[in-house]
Ligand binder design. Structure first.
Ligand code: MLT
Length: 265
């Protein structure tokens, strides 16, 4: 593990391989190990950077809501620290919210975008209230209840019943998350801006991936992004839910590698 001082926190990250850089941004409430299989597959041809977002994994948590803008800024500061001017920015779910925020802040730093199991819309009022309840729950009761409630929404019923190793992996990541980090991210996600208007302004090549059975950010959300981002590519992964990179690793990696290979120099 490598640590860097980023703004007010110590940020943990993986930096593996040599080549054109790609940043993999994990979702909530996970950490950079979400990407282990993608790091392994890509780092023979690319420089793969996978941070633990603030409050997650081995990165410090901070006071107050961890906004998507702050997390995007953290990623840019990490790129600065590593001397990387431009990178492909890939994010899954909350990582996708961060990727869109980063594009909005500094489009010139983004060679290409990969938006996996995510959406451009902001939370509804009802969703904001649920986030606040979840934040309180995390802080008062810890992560176990949150993990149990989330699991069936994250994975397909087939994965839940037939692939115990994936269930364990996802559950363990959630249980390792610091309650204060989870609460800060929940409040940050609730406060995030709607990025729908940004989509038609995106000129970077964009790959959109989504599990056909994603119950949290359904295929319709990805279709909306696909229609709004000119030239984007949409791939729907069969037999996958919200954590499609884990449930259909080979298909996810093939789609990512094909996209990266075709990027202009
Ligand atoms: C995630 O996977 O990052 C979250 O489920 C996204 C969300 O809750 O909106």
């Amino acid at each position: 593990m490598t640590l860097a001082r980023i703004d007010d926190i110590q940020m943990a990250y993986t930096d593996s391989g040599i080549g054109r850089p790609i940043v993999l941004i994990h979702g909530y409430p996970f950490n950079r190990t979400l990407w282990n299989e993608q790091i392994a597959a890509l780092s023979s041809s690319y420089r793969v950077i996978a941070p633990d977002l603030r409050g997650f994994g081995e990165s410090d948590a901070s006071e107050g809501p961890a906004t998507m803008n702050q997390m995007a800024r953290d990623v840019v500061l990490l790129l600065n620290h590593l001397g990387i001017v431009r990178a492909t920015i890939a994010g899954l779910s909350m990582g996708g919210y961060v990727a869109l925020a980063l594009y909005k802040q500094l489009p010139s730093r983004v060679r290409a975008l990969v938006l996996a199991d995510t959406r451009a819309q902001a939370d509804t009022e009802e969703a904001k209230q649920t986030r606040e309840q979840q934040a309180e729950k995390a802080l008062t009761e810890g992560m176990a209840g949150i993990a149990d409630a989330m699991l069936p929404k994250l994975l397909t019923p087939e994965t839940v019943s037939k692939r115990p190793e994936i269930v364990k992996r996802v559950r363990d990541m959630m249980l390792k998350t610091k309650p204060e980090g989870a609460a800060a991210a929940l409040r940050g996600m609730a406060a995030r801006e709607d990025q729908t208007d940004l989509l038609p302004k995106i000129s970077a090549p964009a790959l959109i991936l989504v599990g056909a059975e994603d119950a949290i950010t359904p295929v319709a959300d990805s279709e909306k992004m696909h229609h709004a981002i000119a030239g984007s590519r949409l791939i729907v992964l069969e037999n996958a839910g919200h954590v499609s990179n884990l449930e259909r690793t080979e298909q996810f990696n093939d789609a990512l590698q094909d996209f990266l290979k075709e990027l202009p120099n």
